[in-house]
Every structure is written in structure tokens, then in C-alpha cells.
Design a protein around this ligand. Structure first.
Ligand code: AMP
Ligand code: MG
Length: 497
């Protein structure tokens, strides 16, 4: 069985405190991620036994609670932290990769503020389903190893009926957040920031170690990792819902799936979180919010990027941040090309015959690759406007493109037909089967499954898991999960999840 360590607490002791989870009165394993357990080197049968249950309820030595800060809805909050969670520790998997095991719903910690430290079963299962879905879609994400019900009834987050309490063991490549750096910068200074940044480099972005300015290069690596995270979110229609800086990782994995949701109808302004009244974290705002968060990250690094020359540091960091948008657009456009069945580069002959010498042929080829990608980007953007104008379901559309039935989704098919001719001109054909999912955790279906779990029936959650873990493969008995259901677009999720 993997050995738990506390590498983070040993490396940067200022940023966590020892803390033990409350022992739950009557724990029961509700869901175990056997696939992930095996990948990590755990025997699922051991995890199901008494020692496994002790681990999955935090009854192991030397656990800690991490402190961080953050910008929440744009406003700085000087102190946040694991209010209801403990870090069980970190482990090395059989391939030598390091992962944190983190337990959510573990009771109040010194960072709990007003909260009760508890987590309800529904939202913990929700986080597990979303993580499995994103993972199966090939998107970087934290994942749940297990959900344990505690046997307690806790204060309801919605409605008036007390909810069953639960604990979720989360596996993440680390829990370093932008908010962790904000805490170090605001309260502790360069003597802590430096080892924190070194730890982040060693753990996630070792290539930065050899750069001329490793901390500046850390910023570049994190910006690129975020571009590679947000682009596929946008392509699958995922809305995180609370992109506060404390919910943005340094690793580039998605984390904290509280009031998140997938689009049904394509809408740039879609918001599903009950607390996001201004739409700050609306679907279409996510790429820009990531850059805003990265700018806050850059500010924390300035004292170590250029300790003696603040102006030069700002200039260098600004230049690095300017790389985010092109990195994002590149990832988005290539992803969109795959979703549309369009090649990433123009067919042979597109740049030929324009000159007689090899060097200018190479220039012409690179120009024509750029022109092609720009045309794919415009094709994708125009498509999204078209889906929005005719209230077409995002996921259904792309899948119908694979099946050749997309036209039927438009009340007025003429603009689609015109668009589809442009797609053909760019070399478009049927997209690959493993690019556009049939199954995403649709709001209405997921909510129904979680309500069932609240009442003690896990069959809906199990069925949803089955669907989203193999999202590209249509199965007759899961047909009812493929469409949006009634009312998914006015769906609301609640925070404190
Ligand atoms: P989140 O919305 O899950 O990203 O959490 C934001 C902050 O609120 C974090 O510092 C959490 O630890 C804290 N928090 C959320 N729920 C609770 C709770 N039930 N008890 C104590 N702290 C909480
Ligand atoms: Mg959070």
C-alpha cells in the first residue's frame, strides 16, 4: 500500500497546521473508485476493509489543514484555508508520480470561519461524478477516490430537510492554488514564497528549473497549463461556477466542483450558480477570468522574479502573461478542429507553387498553416453564434455532426447549411468517434440522481457514473441520459457545496 508522507508541510511548514479529522459516528463506504485506487497502488479490497475505512475517514496520523487566501468574486480575502478538509498526505503511485490525498467534510478546522465543517452526501457525489466525467473526456482534473457517508444528519444547504453527511477523498497532483501564493505574498514574504515556488516547480513544472529566471518561467508554465485546461472546458461546454483564485491550481488540474454545470443549449452568458448574480463566472467569461487570476498569481511572484528591480519584474511578467491568450486560442482552435472533423493544417498543395526556392516554400507553408487555423477559429466562433441564435444543444450538436444529423437540430437550417459548406471547404468530414461525447452529466439528470442518493437510492448515481465514464460510446439502456431533459437551462446549483 502506498505510504503517506507530508512533503508539503515538511517543505513549507508555514502554510499548514497539524489537524485531525473528526471520527464520523457510523461511516459507510458509499462509492469507491476502484479504477483510480488500482492506478494509485491501493488494493480496492483493502480500502473496503477497516484499515481502508480508517484512511478514508481521516483516522490516520500526521494529517494537516492548509491555509490559503484568495480573491473571491474579485475581492481579496486575506485568509481562507481548508475549513472543512484535511490533507491526509501525499503518496507516490507505482509510476513514481506524486499525488495528494485530501479529505473533504472532515469537520471544522482552525480555518473554518462560520462553517460547520461538514459536507452533504449529494454535493460530494456530485464532485465525484464531475471529476470522473472530465477525466473520461481527457481534461485535466482532480478526482474522487471514495465517498463515505458519515451516519450524521447535517444542516441542510437547500430546503429544510437535514441532509446525510459525507466525506470525499480527493486525489490531486497537489493542492497548491493561486490563493496559496497570495497567502504567502500577503502575510509571509519572499522567505516563504521562494521555497513555495521551488516546491511548485519541482512538483509540477520541473522544466522551469533550468530557465534563466525560474520564477518567471513558473508563471509561463502555469499560464500554459491553465490555457490547456480552460480551452477543453469551453469546448465541452463546462462552467466551473466559482473560479476564485483559491479554486485555481498551480498544476493546471480542475478542482472544487461545487456550483458547476455543463451547458445544455449553447449560451455564452450561461450561469448556473445561485451566488453568481453578476455572471462574473459565466461560461463565456472563463478564459478571461483565468487570465485575471493569472495576473493575481504574477503579482505574488514579483518579489522573487526581480527582487531588486520591481519595474523590470512587472515588464517581464506582463510579457509572459501576453502569451496566455495565444496559447489559449491555439488549444481551443486545435480542439475545435477535432470536434468539427477539420484537419489542423491545410491539405497538401495549399501552399505549393507560390515560389521556386525551398526557404520561401517553408515560409509559405507556415503562412498557409496560420491562415488555415485562423479560418478554423472563425468557423468555430461562427458556429457557436449560430448555436446560440437557434438555442441548439451544445453537446447534441457536435455528436450529431459525427452522425451526420446536425441539420435536424436547427429550426431554420439555411444558416447551418451555409456554415457546413465552409466546413467542407476547409477539408471537414465526419469527426472522430472519440472526440464529441454522447454523455455529459446533464444538470437535470444529475440532480435527479443526487436526490435519489439523498433518499438512500444510489442506482441513479451509479447509472450516471456508468454513462460519463465511457462518454463516447452510445448505449441503448443509457439513452435517457443523452438528452437535456426538462429545464436544464434554468437549473441552479448552490454554493457551500
Ligand atoms: P469552496 O467554496 O469549497 O471553494 O470553499 C471556500 C472556503 O470556504 C474554503 O476556505 C472552505 O474551506 C470554506 N468552507 C466551505 N464550506 C465549509 C464548511 N461547511 N465549513 C467550514 N468551512 C467551509
Ligand atoms: Mg475551494
Amino acid at each position: 500500500m502506498p505510504t503517506l508522507q507530508q512533503t508539503y508541510a515538511e517543505t513549507v511548514p508555514e502554510l499548514s497546521v497539524p489537524h485531525q479529522a473528526e471520527a464520523p459516528p457510523s461511516p459507510q463506504l458509499t462509492w469507491l473508485n476502484e479504477e483510480l485506487a488500482t492506478e494509485l497502488g491501493y488494493d480496492p479490497e483493502w480500502l473496503r476493509g477497516p484499515e481502508g475505512l480508517a484512511l478514508l475517514t481521516g483516522q490516520v496520523p500526521d494529517t494537516t489543514a492548509q491555509v490559503y487566501a484568495g480573491h473571491q468574486f474579485g475581492q481579496p480575502n486575506p485568509q481562507l484555508g481548508d475549513g472543512r478538509a484535511v490533507l491526509l498526505g501525499d503518496i507516490l503511485d507505482p509510476n513514481g508520480r506524486r499525488f495528494d490525498l485530501h479529505l473533504k467534510g472532515a469537520g471544522r478546522t482552525p480555518f473554518a470561519r462560520a462553517g460547520d465543517g461538514k459536507a452533504p452526501l449529494g454535493p460530494m457525489l456530485r464532485e465525484a461524478v464531475i471529476g470522473e466525467s472530465l477525466h473520461a473526456l481527457g481534461i485535466p482534473t482532480t478526482r474522487a477516490l471514495a465517498v463515505v457517508s458519515t451516519g450524521e444528519r447535517i444542516r441542510p444547504r437547500q430546503g429544510i430537510t437535514p441532509e446525510p453527511g459525507a466525506m470525499l477523498t480527493r486525489v490531486a497532483s497537489s493542492h497548491l492554488r493561486v490563493g496559496t501564493f497570495e497567502y504567502a505574498a500577503w502575510h509571509l514574504g519572499p522567505d516563504v514564497l521562494r521555497p513555495l515556488a521551488d516546491h511548485a516547480i519541482d512538483r509540477h513544472h520541473p522544466e522551469a528549473r533550468d530557465a534563466e529566471n525560474p520564477y518567471l518561467d513558473l508563471l509561463r508554465c502555469v499560464a500554459e497549463a491553465q490555457a490547456r485546461l480552460i480551452a477543453p472546458w469551453m469546448l465541452v461546454g463546462f462552467v466551473h461556477g466559482v473560479m476564485n483564485t483559491d479554486n485555481m491550481t498551480i498544476s493546471g488540474q480542475g478542482i472544487d466542483y461545487g456550483p458547476c454545470a455543463f451547458l445544455d443549449e449553447h449560451r455564452a452568458r450561461a450561469v448556473f450558480s445561485s451566488i453568481d448574480q453578476q455572471g462574473r463566472y459565466a461560461y463565456g467569461n472563463q478564459p478571461g477570468i483565468a487570465l485575471w487570476n493569472l495576473s493575481r498569481f504574477a503579482e505574488t511572484l514579483l518579489p522573487v522574479i526581480a527582487p531588486d528591480e520591481p519595474e523590470a519584474g512587472i515588464e517581464a511578467a506582463t510579457a509572459v502573461l501576453q502569451g496566455y491568450e495565444p496559447a489559449y486560442l491555439d488549444a481551443w482552435t486545435r480542439g475545435m478542429a477535432a470536434k468539427l472533423g477539420v484537419p489542423e493544417s491545410p491539405g497538401p498543395g495549399a501552399a505549393a507553387g507560390t515560389s521556386t526556392d525551398a526557404a520561401s516554400d517553408a515560409d509559405a507553408a507556415s503562412d498557409s498553416a496560420g491562415v488555415h487555423l485562423a479560418a478554423v477559429r472563425a468557423l468555430g466562433e461562427d458556429l457557436l453564434a449560430l448555436l446560440e441564435a437557434q438555442a441548439v444543444d451544445h453537446t447534441r450538436f457536435f455528436r450529431a455532426l459525427t452522425g451526420g444529423t446536425a441539420r435536424e437540430l436547427f429550426a431554420d437550417p439555411a444558416p447551418f447549411e451555409q456554415w457546413d459548406r465552409r466546413r467542407a471547404d476547409l477539408g471537414g468530414s465526419s469527426p472522430r468517434d472519440d472526440v464529441n461525447p454522447v454523455y455529459i452529466p446533464r444538470n437535470v439528470h444529475l440532480d435527479a440522481a443526487l436526490r435519489g442518493a439523498h433518499l438512500g437510492d444510489l442506482s441513479g448515481v451509479e447509472e450516471m457514473m456508468e454513462a460519463v465514464r465511457s462518454p463516447f460510446h452510445a448505449r441503448a439502456h443509457l439513452e435517457h441520459l443523452a438528452g437535456p431533459g426538462e429545464g436544464g437551462d434554468v437549473f441552479l446549483t448552490y454554493c457551500g457545496t
